[in-house]
Write a new protein. Structure first.
Length: 288
């Protein structure tokens, strides 16, 4: 009986948790077959994996033995993948994951960071700027008012720990969030697909500067429409690239807006909220 319990403890965790019914709950992947296919594609990208040297070889043969030598991993590759998805899907704490997989907190952190980098390298190819025809063919009817709308942009910020360096404290301080942050630009197509995510910049940088420095405008097809909030003053930059820039109208010194401007503001606000919804989905662990 004791030996059977020890075998159960040492058994792969994915066999205990995953089946066709609860695969979506634990991993946010609908089908179990897709879970194994993704693991097969991402596993070769994990750089921290070492292979154990064969016991029969007393000296290393470079044609037979692996290039990277080391001790046998405590977890199977597929369990490491499951650990990463549990962290992303359910937001489990590191201590909870350590108890589930019977590993140390340091190893759990290394596994998560390694697989996160591997997943980012694999899935980055899914974020691309389609041609204008593909975007227009998949746009909902509510976007028909905005001719050749290629995307809606906005900047979002994530909190970071306060840096010890005073200069870094200054450049990462965000007056909008009243916290030290990193800021990134995101573009969403009318069909809700993410078509661009910039690198992270310090929180003090302006939205316009991120848009220009990231090279995003150079990716847009000519004679298309780009929608943004009032904080993006990109009229000159868009005009130089043959782009139409669509933002809500402001009062521009007048006491109040005209009825036409009020209607245009409402029309833009109804569709521009899409980018806010997508950013919210990015920032929540539970994506369902």
């Amino acid at each position: 009986m004791i030996e059977e319990k020890e075998k159960d403890l040492n058994a792969p965790v994915y066999k205990k948790l995953l089946n066709k019914k609860n695969c979506s709950f634990y991993t946010n992947i609908d089908k179990l077959e897709l879970f194994f296919k993704l693991h097969k594609c991402i596993a070769p990208l994990i750089r921290r994996r070492y292979q154990q040297k064969s016991e029969n070889t007393s000296t290393r043969n470079f044609k037979v033995t692996p290039k990277r030598m080391g001790p046998k991993p405590k977890l199977d590759s597929i369990d490491e993948f499951l650990l990463t998805l549990l962290k992303l899907r359910l937001g489990l704490l590191t201590k909870d994951l350590c108890d589930r997989f019977n590993i140390s907190e340091g190893l759990c952190t290394k596994i998560f960071h390694s697989w996160l980098r591997g997943m980012a390298e694999y899935f980055k190819n899914l974020i691309f700027m389609p041609d204008l025809g593909s975007i227009l063919a998949t746009s909902p009817k509510r976007y028909d008012k905005f001719k050749n709308l290629v995307g809606i942009i906005d900047c979002s910020e994530i909190f970071i720990e306060t840096p010890k360096d005073l200069e870094l404290q200054s450049v990462t301080w965000s007056d909008y969030k009243h916290h030290n942050t990193l800021k990134f630009l995101i573009c969403v197509a009318p069909n809700s697909a993410i078509t661009f995510i910039s690198k992270a910049y310090t929180g003090r940088i302006s939205d316009k500067k991120i848009t220009v420095n990231s090279g995003f405008l150079d990716l847009l097809p000519q004679y298309s429409t780009l929608m943004a909030d009032k904080g993006f003053n990109l009229y000159d930059e868009c005009a130089a690239r043959a782009l139409y820039f669509c933002v809500p109208p402001g009062k521009r010194g007048a006491s109040q807006m005209t009825p036409a401007e009020v209607k245009k503001t409402g029309d833009i606000a109804k569709v521009r909220i899409l980018v806010e919804q997508v950013i919210r989905r990015l920032k929540t662990f539970r994506t369902i």
